[in-house]
Design a protein around this ligand. Structure first.
Ligand SMILES: Nc1ncnc2c1ncn2[C@@H]1O[C@H](COP(=O)(O)OP(=O)(O)O)[C@@H](O)[C@H]1O
Ligand SMILES: [Mg+2]
Length: 244
């Protein structure tokens, strides 16, 4: 019986002599919303890319749905929304969604169904026939999010899904993530907005490639003797600096 959607054991990634991830250990339970939090440069994107098989670690191992990464066989089961949107700018919104649907072997009718559901979710139904190049950055981001889910993956890796999204839609996103969770989907997302952590079952607080704290948002705040996550991050960072 597989209990974890993601297991990270001693994961290390270096770019030249620079260490972007330093011996990271994490377990992410199936059917949870898990947040990788931390400021820019903390190593969040690097961790997600390794788990999605796009980067090879220099040390340690990552397991996704029980399989050691990189592993092509998990690709149909995972959805990945990169931080930099990977869309075809000279295709329409519909064209992009159909392309992603095709890549995953969905039938025309299934693509049409999923497209309709997902464009409702990201509030882009009326932009369906617009060229992606004509959309704003935030809208491209929403198309990218919709494309990552077209094949109903059971595990989603979302790199900064709420960046550039207005507050109302952001709230709708969190509601939808909750709905997916209720259906058993596991969501691993990154954010540098500390206040978004409240929506996560558990979080990992990263800084300079290292894990500062892990647990429920409440646990992390408590362990730092803080009243909110922003404060907790600062207190834990200071504690860490005091040690080195
Ligand atoms: N391909 C790369 N070559 C060199 N350095 C990189 C590369 N990718 C990321 N880094 C560095 O690794 C660190 C972590 O980056 P990243 O994982 O993108 O952080 P985050 O997503 O938390 O902002 C940063 O200092 C970044 O500059
Ligand atoms: Mg990033």
């Amino acid at each position: 019986m597989q209990t974890f959607a993601v297991e990270v054991k001693g994961l290390t990634k270096k770019f030249g002599s620079f260490t972007a991830l330093d011996n990271l250990n994490l377990n992410i339970a199936l059917g949870t919303v898990y947040g990788l939090l931390g400021p820019n440069g903390a190593g969040k994107t690097t961790a997600i890319k390794i788990l999605c098989g796009l980067l090879r670690p220099n040390g340690g191992e990552g397991y996704v749905l029980g399989k050691k990464v990189p592993n092509r066989s998990i690709l149909p089961e995972i959805g990945y929304m990169p931080q930099e949107t990977a869309l075809y700018l000279d295709l329409t919104v519909h064209g992009n969604m159909a392309l992603y649907g095709d890549l995953f072997g969905l039938s025309r009718s299934r693509i049409a169904e999923r497209e309709s559901e997902l464009l409702d979710f990201v509030a882009l139904q009326k932009w369906k026939d617009s060229l992606v190049s004509n959309l704003s950055g935030g809208m491209k981001h929403r198309v990218s999010l919709a494309c990552s889910m077209i094949h109903e993956p059971k595990l989603l890796f979302l790199d900064e899904p709420t960046v550039g999204v207005d507050p109302e839609l952001r709230a709708a996103f969190w509601e939808y993530f909750d709905l997916l969770k209720k259906k058993g989907v596991t969501i691993v997302l990154t954010t540098h907005y500390m206040d978004e952590a409240q929506h996560c079952d558990r979080i990992a607080l990263l800084r300079q490639g290292q894990l500062l704290a892990e647990g429920t948002p409440g646990d992390v705040i408590k362990s730092a003797g803080a009243t909110n996550l922003e404060e907790a991050f600062l207190a834990l960072a200071k504690r860490e600096d005091g040690r080195s």
